[in-house]
Design a protein around this ligand. Structure first.
Ligand SMILES: Cc1ncc(COP(=O)(O)O)c(C=O)c1O
Length: 389
């Protein structure tokens, strides 16, 4: 009997090692891993550059308190700000902490300019920003909040990509609009470039801060460093996590100078966030992602993947409703529940994971090889061929 609590429905399989796009199970089988810890292992399993960086740092210094200067964190923050809209960074350990901190940053900004009543956060209905109390109420999803006591107030909701619904939901006291640039858990739904542009405009008009949650779609997954870059707009606050650590727990909030102005000493903190070991791994991830041609390769291989998946959809229009996503954040939406299909893929040694709306989520490492995509395509084709609706 397992002593682990039952808050996950785990598949009955475990792994002894991983290499690149593959996982080696304790049952002796080798699986093509297109889950990668849910978009966490941006460079695949056991990446040699990451191993070297973690090993080197682990022999020198793992942890010191944020009461002291941490050069590895200074370096990572500088690199993140030089490449993006941001002027400042706060490091955390996870995505949900990063979204919580983003909410704090937005509220604290308005407090610091003498408008403490401007504190409401407007989010997309049925979105996903993590599992802490504030983050579940930000999601606007009954499934996530049911049974967890008094409602955490301060959140309003609008419908995904519905500008009228957004306009109606903006209140005098709206401090920030927070949304995923591309929804992950919510069913791989990409916020369009035109909607992001309209969002930026209305935020400017109404003096609202724009928070784009890039925890799942950021750090190269879309084919750009951040998915919002396709729209050419600039957000005010961006929480990140997952891919920046390549498997090591790192979260962060990226902020403009203006948005960060309320965060004076004592307003936020974290014991572990930004420790030397985590920061060294984060820097090693960026060494790879910032390499010339890396993101171009993500764009090319993902374009190929989408084209091939759309061919399968055409061949099996009664099984697959839609192929959607951005870059290597890919969703195959079925007409019916996807559980059985995901099991069949696993029986054929391809690992994928569920998202909302009957979507099968496909998240290869960003350095996936074309021949690995071809293998996945062959498996998906085979499962479709033998699939009984
Ligand atoms: C968009 C988004 N925000 C926040 C989170 C929460 O991140 P974590 O599980 O690291 O707390 C996730 C995790 O799936 C996510 O996809």
């Amino acid at each position: 009997m397992s002593a682990l609590a039952k808050n996950y429905s785990r598949r009955k399989i475990s792994f002894k090692k991983g290499k690149g796009s593959f996982l080696y199970a304790t049952n002796g089988k080798k699986y093509l891993d297109f889950v990668q810890g849910i978009a966490v292992n941006s460079l695949g399993h056991a990446n040699s550059h990451l191993i070297k960086a973690a090993n080197k740092q682990s022999k020198k210094l793992w942890h010191v308190s944020n009461a002291f200067m941490i050069p590895e964190g200074e370096k990572l923050a500088k690199r993140l700000t030089q490449k993006t809209f941001a002027d400042y960074v706060i490091f955390q350990n996870s995505g949900t902490e990063a979204t919580e901190a983003s909410i704090k940053v937005a509220r604290r900004y308005f407090y610091s300019i003498g408008k403490p009543q401007k504190n409401r956060i407007l989010c997309v209905k049925n979105s996903f920003h993590g599992r802490t109390l504030a983050a579940i109420f930000a999601s606007g999803s009954k499934k996530m909040t049911e049974g967890f006591g008094p409602k955490i107030t301060g959140f309003d909701h609008f419908k995904f990509e519905d500008f009228n619904s957004l306009k109606k939901s903006i209140k005098k006291n709206t401090a920030a609009i927070m949304l995923e640039t591309a929804m992950g858990e919510g069913g791989i739904k990409v916020t369009s470039k035109s909607f992001l542009k309209k969002l930026r405009k209305i935020c400017n008009q109404k003096k609202i801060l724009l928070i784009l949650d890039e925890i799942q779609c950021g750090i190269g997954r879309s084919g750009k460093f951040f998915a919002y870059e396709y729209s050419k707009i600039k957000p005010d606050i961006v929480p990140i996590a997952k891919g920046i650590g390549g498997g090591f727990p790192i979260g962060a909030v990226l902020m403009s100078k203006k948005a960060a102005s309320g965060m004076i000493p004592g307003t936020h903190g974290s014991t572990f966030g930004g420790n030397p070991l985590a920061m060294s791994v984060g820097n090693a991830v960026l060494d790879q992602i910032f390499k010339k041609g890396f993101l171009k390769n993500v764009q090319e291989v993902s374009k190929y993947f989408h084209i091939e998946l759309k061919k399968i959809q055409k061949k099996y229009p009664k099984i697959i409703k839609e192929v959607r996503g951005i870059g290597l954040l890919i969703g195959i939406q079925l007409f019916k529940d996807q559980t059985k299909f995901i099991q069949k893929l696993m029986d054929n040694k391809l690992l994928t994971i569920k998202a909302a709306e009957n979507v099968i989520r496909i998240l290869p490492p960003l350095n996936v090889k074309k021949k690995e995509v071809d293998l996945a395509i062959r498996i998906i084709n085979k499962v479709c061929k033998n699939y009984k609706i």
